[in-house]
Design a protein around this ligand. Structure first.
Ligand SMILES: C[S@@+](CC[C@H](N)C(=O)[O-])C[C@H]1O[C@@H](n2cnc3c(N)ncnc32)[C@H](O)[C@@H]1O
Length: 257
């Protein structure tokens, strides 16, 4: 009953009903692809993230591991008294390391939830001493007052270089990128449907180049990542993270593989 009331509450807020309806329709749309065959492709192309990061820069890998422990300790403490279930955190090590290593001016991410990814990116930007994070999210419409939990792990006062919008990717992304010339690092972790990913990819296309690094969470769910690997001439890497796969596209030099 509470869930229905929460959904209704969000549904009545300006602009939210369209996003909620699209999410429901996409969730139940048929996804016609051979999951097993695709998993074989992912497995035969996957690399170990630890080995990969160590090989690129061992010192930075050690820094990343230390920072990851701090982030996870802090997050577990902060979240332990929160009764609601928020979306699972992204791979903070990969994000922290990439931001430290590639030193981006502009990072764009979709999917904030509690903010593991946002906090990792912002901490790395702070260490770099420059760069801005633009984040797009949409409230979890099943819980009460979901807006209060978005980015709860990030102390906004400490990170003035963070811009967060919460009206859904299709509304947020055009606004967030309107003043950006180039996206240096992009992290996708929001709407997990093929359509959701493709829509966002089409929105950001004009602001990425072969110098951008694109990271996609949960690439195992559909063929989106496979298709963009085939259609772009960028190198790609696949990492297994828990039971999921992360796909990375971009100028990863051959000695970094
Ligand atoms: C897996 S969680 C993100 C986890 C986050 N990256 C982290 O590391 O903590 C997915 C998030 O995407 C949001 N989301 C789902 N559909 C969305 C959409 N169409 N636009 C923007 N955000 C969306 C969800 O509400 C949720 O907050």
């Amino acid at each position: 009953m509470n869930i229905i009331l929460n959904i209704l509450n969000q549904f009545l807020k300006k602009g939210r009903s369209i996003v909620i309806l699209k999410k429901i329709v996409r969730r139940f749309s048929k996804n016609n692809f051979d999951k097993n065959q695709y998993k074989n492709w992912l497995d035969s192309n996957k690399s170990s993230l630890g080995k990969f990061l160590k090989k690129i820069n061992h010192r930075l890998f050690i820094e990343t591991k230390k920072e990851s422990l701090k982030i996870n300790d802090y997050a577990n403490n902060r979240l332990k008294n929160i009764k609601v279930k928020l979306g699972g955190g992204a791979n903070d090590m990969l994000l922290y390391f990439f931001v430290r290593y590639f030193k981006p001016k502009v990072v764009l991410e979709t999917g904030v939830a509690a903010g593991f990814s946002s906090l990792s990116i912002l901490k790395a930007l702070k260490k770099n001493k420059y760069g801005k994070l633009y984040s797009s999210d949409f409230p979890y419409f099943r819980i009460k007052n979901p807006e209060n939990y978005i980015g709860i792990l990030v102390d906004k006062k400490k990170f003035p270089n963070w811009e967060l919008k919460i009206e859904g990717d299709e509304v947020n992304i055009p606004k967030l990128i309107s003043n950006i010339n180039h996206i240096d690092i992009f992290h996708y972790d929001s709407d997990k449907t093929y359509k959701g990913k493709m829509n966002v990819y089409n929105l950001i296309k004009k602001k990425i180049s072969n110098k951008s690094i694109l990271i996609f969470d949960d690439v195992q769910d559909d063929k989106f990542f496979y298709e963009i690997c085939q259609s772009s001439n960028l190198q790609y890497k696949i990492f297994k993270f828990k039971s999921k796969y992360i796909g990375v596209l971009g100028k990863i030099k051959s000695n970094e593989i």
